[in-house]
Design a protein around this ligand. Structure first.
Ligand code: FES
Length: 104
């Protein structure tokens, strides 16, 4: 698999808290641990730029804490108003005790 994989954070800290947000090369990326899998999305709501850090998660939906837009963690799709544009998603993998994301 090609790509440009970069380290994000430790696996343990995401498992412990359920999520983490890190800045990598000027991009803020939120990673979530749901149902035994990891999902990485841009930490920027497409409605009004709100951070998705500490957003509630229901199943595979993340809910923006500002105005309640929902996004699919797997596809980034905007699932409810007031957001209509998907958030960017990133492939994520484990490498030893670290998580890596593919910045493409
Ligand atoms: S900034 Fe996320 S719903 Fe408004």
């Amino acid at each position: 698999m090609s790509g440009r994989w970069v380290g994000l954070c430790s696996v343990a800290e995401v498992i412990d808290s359920g999520h983490a947000v890190r800045e990598i090369e000027g991009r803020y990326i939120a990673v979530y641990h749901v149902g035994g899998s990891f999902y990485a999305i841009a930490d920027e709501c497409t409605h009004d730029g709100g951070s998705l850090d500490d957003a509630a998660v229901e199943g595979l939906e993340v809910i923006c804490p500002r105005h309640g837009a929902r996004f699919c963690l797997r596809t980034g799709a905007a699932l409810s108003p007031p957001a209509y544009t998907p958030v960017a998603t990133y492939p994520v993998r484990t490498s030893g005790d670290r998580l890596e994301v593919d910045l493409g």
